[in-house]
Design a protein around this ligand. Sequence first.
Ligand code: SAH
Length: 271
Amino acid sequence: MIPYTPERIRIVLVEPENPINVGTVMRAMKNMGFGELYLVHPAEMDMQKTQISAHRTDDMLQNLHICDSLDEALTGVHESYGFSARTRSETWATLDMESAVGRAIDIVRNDQQVAYVFGRERTGLTNDELLRCTCRVHIETSSYSSLNLAQAVLLAVYATFRQSKSAEDAPAPRPVAQIDNHLPTSVPATIDAQRRLVERIESMLVDISYFKSQAPNSAMHRIQNILMRADLHDDEIQLLMGICAEVSNYARLIERGIRPPKIQANGKLKT
Ligand code: SAH
């Protein structure tokens, strides 16, 4: 385990519009020891205006990452948490903020990267963007659940700061014995590798005509949930990508009237 380092938790704002909000986010981050701010496709804004609400954060302004897409902002991240004011009826994996923060700290101490993802001031995150997150995080409020963007970020970074302190002060807990059956040489898959696998599975399912009607189908969402729970490593992603490619190839051969031989896992020909 390495010590908790807040640089391993990046804050991602999707399409922020208001420089005062961005400045207030920078200030909250600096107050709580965070430094990595990613803006996805921000509205045209005078970045110097962020400094109105963000005293002494010009270093953060220099270190700002501007990205064209959420996928780009999540490159290299192992888990991402999509902060959302809304409660959704579908099968979204949801964590309360305290649990999400505890998990993020554990992940960081395992030398991995985390992203906290926040949505637009007016409309929040789209379903497609939430699908790119390991799970959804809801900050508990009264029945009026929509926090100001910068205040939501402040609560998240403050909770992380507080929990990281109590994790340092507390005697080291006895780790729960984990059954780790990953190859010793493999490394945990990043979010972008998982996303490529989900896209590959989807194109395979199209190739075998899995989707039967033109109505939206929640299968991809549920497959994504399974994969995120599975703690996949890079070699396992490669294996599954390879299987998908073979299924697609097989479907293509069948279309051309070719039937390849069926060889079993033990190497014997299936008759
Ligand atoms: N009307 C929008 C609210 C956007 S507030 C909506 O219904 O989604 C801007 C961002 O702040 C949200 O996208 C979310 O990332 C964060 N946020 C606001 N309130 C939150 C809450 N109660 N829990 C988690 N995140 C919240």
